[in-house]
Design a protein around this ligand. Structure first.
Ligand SMILES: [Fe+2]
Length: 220
Protein backbone atom coordinates (compact mmCIF):
# COMPACT_ATOMS: atom_id res chain seq x y z
CA UNK A 1 0.00 0.00 0.00
CA UNK A 2 1.46 3.37 -1.03
CA UNK A 3 0.38 6.95 -0.57
CA UNK A 4 2.53 9.38 -2.45
CA UNK A 5 2.76 13.08 -3.08
CA UNK A 6 2.09 15.31 -6.07
CA UNK A 7 5.80 15.34 -6.95
CA UNK A 8 5.77 11.59 -7.54
CA UNK A 9 2.73 11.65 -9.81
CA UNK A 10 4.52 11.02 -13.14
CA UNK A 11 6.20 7.80 -12.05
CA UNK A 12 3.01 6.50 -10.42
CA UNK A 13 1.04 6.99 -13.58
CA UNK A 14 3.47 4.63 -15.33
CA UNK A 15 3.31 1.95 -12.70
CA UNK A 16 1.36 -0.56 -14.72
CA UNK A 17 -0.94 -1.21 -17.63
CA UNK A 18 -4.40 0.20 -17.26
CA UNK A 19 -7.55 -1.92 -17.51
CA UNK A 20 -10.81 -0.64 -18.96
CA UNK A 21 -13.44 -0.40 -16.26
CA UNK A 22 -17.14 -1.33 -16.39
CA UNK A 23 -18.09 1.75 -18.42
CA UNK A 24 -15.24 1.16 -20.93
CA UNK A 25 -12.98 3.99 -19.78
CA UNK A 26 -9.53 3.83 -18.21
CA UNK A 27 -10.53 6.46 -15.63
CA UNK A 28 -13.54 6.19 -13.35
CA UNK A 29 -14.82 9.20 -11.44
CA UNK A 30 -15.70 8.40 -7.85
CA UNK A 31 -18.14 11.18 -7.02
CA UNK A 32 -21.61 11.39 -5.56
CA UNK A 33 -24.55 11.48 -7.94
CA UNK A 34 -28.17 11.99 -6.95
CA UNK A 35 -29.19 8.94 -8.98
CA UNK A 36 -27.30 6.69 -6.57
CA UNK A 37 -28.02 8.56 -3.33
CA UNK A 38 -29.89 5.64 -1.74
CA UNK A 39 -27.52 2.89 -2.75
CA UNK A 40 -24.35 1.34 -1.39
CA UNK A 41 -22.47 2.55 -4.47
CA UNK A 42 -19.19 4.33 -5.14
CA UNK A 43 -21.38 6.93 -6.89
CA UNK A 44 -23.08 7.78 -3.60
CA UNK A 45 -21.80 9.56 -0.50
CA UNK A 46 -22.77 6.58 1.67
CA UNK A 47 -20.40 4.33 3.52
CA UNK A 48 -19.35 1.26 1.53
CA UNK A 49 -19.04 -2.29 2.72
CA UNK A 50 -15.76 -4.20 2.38
CA UNK A 51 -14.93 -5.54 -1.05
CA UNK A 52 -12.22 -6.11 -3.58
CA UNK A 53 -12.33 -4.29 -6.89
CA UNK A 54 -13.80 -5.92 -10.01
CA UNK A 55 -14.52 -9.31 -8.44
CA UNK A 56 -16.81 -9.94 -11.43
CA UNK A 57 -13.86 -9.81 -13.85
CA UNK A 58 -12.19 -13.09 -14.90
CA UNK A 59 -8.87 -11.29 -14.27
CA UNK A 60 -9.37 -8.56 -11.67
CA UNK A 61 -6.86 -5.70 -11.52
CA UNK A 62 -3.87 -6.48 -9.34
CA UNK A 63 -3.60 -2.87 -8.21
CA UNK A 64 -6.10 -0.10 -7.56
CA UNK A 65 -5.06 3.55 -7.56
CA UNK A 66 -7.21 6.41 -6.22
CA UNK A 67 -6.20 9.91 -7.14
CA UNK A 68 -7.70 12.71 -5.02
CA UNK A 69 -8.95 15.39 -7.36
CA UNK A 70 -11.06 17.21 -4.73
CA UNK A 71 -10.63 16.28 -1.10
CA UNK A 72 -13.73 16.23 1.11
CA UNK A 73 -13.77 19.06 3.62
CA UNK A 74 -16.31 17.46 5.93
CA UNK A 75 -13.96 15.12 7.75
CA UNK A 76 -15.41 11.97 6.15
CA UNK A 77 -14.79 9.80 3.12
CA UNK A 78 -11.73 7.95 4.38
CA UNK A 79 -10.69 4.87 2.45
CA UNK A 80 -10.43 1.91 4.81
CA UNK A 81 -8.19 -1.07 4.10
CA UNK A 82 -7.39 -4.41 5.72
CA UNK A 83 -5.10 -7.24 4.73
CA UNK A 84 -7.29 -10.02 3.33
CA UNK A 85 -4.58 -12.65 3.90
CA UNK A 86 -4.58 -11.86 7.61
CA UNK A 87 -8.39 -11.92 7.72
CA UNK A 88 -8.32 -15.30 5.97
CA UNK A 89 -6.04 -16.72 8.67
CA UNK A 90 -8.45 -15.41 11.33
CA UNK A 91 -11.52 -17.16 9.89
CA UNK A 92 -12.80 -20.27 11.62
CA UNK A 93 -12.25 -23.63 9.92
CA UNK A 94 -15.71 -23.88 8.36
CA UNK A 95 -15.48 -20.36 6.87
CA UNK A 96 -12.03 -21.12 5.49
CA UNK A 97 -13.39 -24.17 3.69
CA UNK A 98 -16.25 -22.11 2.26
CA UNK A 99 -14.01 -19.37 0.87
CA UNK A 100 -11.53 -21.78 -0.68
CA UNK A 101 -13.91 -24.49 -1.95
CA UNK A 102 -17.20 -22.91 -2.95
CA UNK A 103 -17.66 -21.54 -6.46
CA UNK A 104 -19.32 -18.13 -6.42
CA UNK A 105 -21.12 -16.40 -9.26
CA UNK A 106 -19.56 -12.94 -9.22
CA UNK A 107 -22.04 -10.82 -11.11
CA UNK A 108 -25.42 -9.15 -10.92
CA UNK A 109 -27.78 -7.45 -13.39
CA UNK A 110 -25.88 -4.16 -13.07
CA UNK A 111 -22.67 -5.66 -14.50
CA UNK A 112 -22.06 -6.79 -18.07
CA UNK A 113 -19.08 -8.92 -17.07
CA UNK A 114 -19.64 -11.96 -14.85
CA UNK A 115 -17.30 -14.68 -13.68
CA UNK A 116 -17.22 -17.70 -11.43
CA UNK A 117 -14.51 -18.21 -8.86
CA UNK A 118 -13.61 -18.76 -5.25
CA UNK A 119 -13.45 -16.00 -2.66
CA UNK A 120 -9.89 -17.12 -1.93
CA UNK A 121 -7.66 -18.75 -4.55
CA UNK A 122 -4.82 -20.72 -3.01
CA UNK A 123 -1.45 -21.60 -4.52
CA UNK A 124 0.74 -23.93 -2.49
CA UNK A 125 -1.57 -23.27 0.44
CA UNK A 126 -1.15 -19.48 0.28
CA UNK A 127 -3.87 -17.02 -0.80
CA UNK A 128 -2.86 -15.48 -4.11
CA UNK A 129 -6.15 -13.88 -5.17
CA UNK A 130 -9.03 -12.69 -3.00
CA UNK A 131 -12.37 -11.73 -4.52
CA UNK A 132 -14.95 -10.36 -2.13
CA UNK A 133 -18.04 -8.23 -1.99
CA UNK A 134 -19.99 -8.16 1.24
CA UNK A 135 -22.97 -6.75 -0.66
CA UNK A 136 -22.94 -9.52 -3.27
CA UNK A 137 -22.57 -12.38 -0.80
CA UNK A 138 -25.14 -10.94 1.59
CA UNK A 139 -27.68 -9.30 -0.70
CA UNK A 140 -26.98 -10.71 -4.16
CA UNK A 141 -26.24 -7.22 -5.54
CA UNK A 142 -23.09 -5.14 -5.79
CA UNK A 143 -24.87 -1.85 -5.09
CA UNK A 144 -28.03 -2.62 -3.08
CA UNK A 145 -30.39 0.05 -1.83
CA UNK A 146 -29.39 1.21 1.62
CA UNK A 147 -32.31 0.79 3.99
CA UNK A 148 -33.15 -0.78 7.29
CA UNK A 149 -35.03 -3.66 5.72
CA UNK A 150 -32.55 -4.95 3.16
CA UNK A 151 -33.39 -8.46 2.10
CA UNK A 152 -30.87 -11.21 2.66
CA UNK A 153 -30.42 -13.31 -0.46
CA UNK A 154 -29.65 -16.41 1.56
CA UNK A 155 -30.07 -15.80 5.28
CA UNK A 156 -28.26 -18.40 7.34
CA UNK A 157 -26.29 -19.69 4.36
CA UNK A 158 -22.58 -20.45 4.42
CA UNK A 159 -21.92 -17.42 2.22
CA UNK A 160 -23.90 -15.13 4.51
CA UNK A 161 -21.88 -16.42 7.46
CA UNK A 162 -18.60 -15.78 5.62
CA UNK A 163 -19.75 -12.29 4.65
CA UNK A 164 -20.57 -11.45 8.26
CA UNK A 165 -17.32 -12.99 9.53
CA UNK A 166 -15.19 -10.99 7.08
CA UNK A 167 -17.15 -7.81 7.81
CA UNK A 168 -16.55 -8.30 11.54
CA UNK A 169 -12.83 -8.97 11.09
CA UNK A 170 -12.51 -6.05 8.66
CA UNK A 171 -14.13 -3.75 11.23
CA UNK A 172 -11.54 -4.85 13.80
CA UNK A 173 -8.50 -4.68 11.52
CA UNK A 174 -9.03 -1.84 9.05
CA UNK A 175 -6.84 1.20 8.66
CA UNK A 176 -8.58 4.48 7.68
CA UNK A 177 -6.70 6.68 5.24
CA UNK A 178 -7.42 10.27 4.22
CA UNK A 179 -6.14 10.66 0.70
CA UNK A 180 -4.69 14.15 0.57
CA UNK A 181 -5.51 16.70 -2.12
CA UNK A 182 -3.59 15.58 -5.25
CA UNK A 183 -2.46 12.47 -3.38
CA UNK A 184 -2.51 8.99 -4.87
CA UNK A 185 -3.27 5.87 -2.84
CA UNK A 186 -2.26 2.55 -4.39
CA UNK A 187 -2.90 -0.90 -2.97
CA UNK A 188 -2.75 -4.53 -4.03
CA UNK A 189 -6.24 -5.59 -4.95
CA UNK A 190 -5.41 -9.32 -4.98
CA UNK A 191 -4.71 -9.04 -1.26
CA UNK A 192 -6.44 -6.08 0.39
CA UNK A 193 -10.11 -5.55 1.19
CA UNK A 194 -11.29 -1.95 1.11
CA UNK A 195 -14.30 0.17 1.92
CA UNK A 196 -15.14 3.81 2.53
CA UNK A 197 -16.58 5.95 5.28
CA UNK A 198 -19.56 8.15 4.45
CA UNK A 199 -19.08 11.82 3.72
CA UNK A 200 -21.21 14.95 3.35
CA UNK A 201 -19.11 17.19 1.09
CA UNK A 202 -20.67 16.47 -2.30
CA UNK A 203 -17.73 18.13 -4.08
CA UNK A 204 -15.43 15.24 -3.14
CA UNK A 205 -14.00 13.60 -6.24
CA UNK A 206 -11.49 10.80 -6.69
CA UNK A 207 -10.26 9.25 -9.91
CA UNK A 208 -9.91 5.49 -9.87
CA UNK A 209 -7.53 3.43 -11.99
CA UNK A 210 -7.26 -0.33 -12.34
CA UNK A 211 -3.86 -1.76 -13.16
CA UNK A 212 -2.52 -5.11 -14.28
CA UNK A 213 0.00 -7.27 -12.52
CA UNK A 214 3.21 -5.53 -13.52
CA UNK A 215 5.39 -5.42 -10.45
CA UNK A 216 5.28 -1.86 -9.09
CA UNK A 217 7.82 -2.37 -6.32
CA UNK A 218 10.62 -1.32 -8.65
CA UNK A 219 8.89 2.04 -9.20
CA UNK A 220 9.16 3.14 -5.57
FE1 LIG B 1 -13.99 -0.19 -4.45
Amino acid sequence: MYQISRMQKPSCLKLGLYIRQDHGELRYLVEASGAFANTSSSKSANSLQPHTEASNYPDPPKYVALWCDRQANCGGGQTTLADGRQLFQMLDASDRITVTDQDIHFGDPSRTIHSVGKVVTLQSGEPTLIRFSYNLLRHGLYDPVVSNDEVDCAPGSRLAKVAESLLHLFTLQNLAIDIRQDGLLVWENFRMLHSRRRYRDQRRRLIRYWLTARDIDSVF
